[in-house]
Design a binder for this molecule. Structure first.
Ligand SMILES: [Zn+2]
Length: 132
């Protein structure tokens, strides 16, 4: 299969594992030229754990792009987390990825290995996937 790196040549950084990640090997839920929503590499014991990533190797995004990205993550999250009573979009304070702007969405399974960390993290939004 053809490799499909996350970042296009003009926007990528050398030695960045995310820029060079092969999207053809990832579970991609949604994609536009600037962003991709995919399953996180480490599920941390959750049935689903997803993130929206800014494809360009940049830490900051314009506010309008932030709003659009948040809307997309809510829309896709409502489908992906249909099995859960709630899911949350977390602030990136404890993020292990620092080079790319991104947001993680997760269910609230108390048996997940990162449950304590989820409780310590600021939640940008709490969503009930079965409500409009
Ligand atoms: Zn990068």
């Amino acid at each position: 299969m053809i490799r499909r790196p996350l970042a296009i040549e003009a926007n990528k950084a050398k030695n960045c594992p995310l820029c060079t990640i092969d999207l053809n090997k990832e579970k991609v839920f949604w994609e536009v030229p600037a962003f991709v929503i995919m399953r996180t590499k480490d599920l941390k014991g959750h049935r689903e754990r997803i993130m929206i990533v800014y494809k360009a190797h940049r830490h900051e995004i314009p506010y309008e792009a932030y709003e659009a990205a948040l809307d997309a993550l809510i829309k896709i999250g409502k489908k992906v987390f249909k099995y859960a009573p709630k899911f949350v979009i977390m602030d990136s304070t404890f993020a292990t990825i620092n080079e790319h702007w991104h947001l993680v969405a997760t269910d609230l399974d108390p048996k997940a290995v990162d449950f304590d960390q989820i409780l310590k993290t600021k939640w940008i939004k709490v969503i009930d996937p079965n409500w409009d």
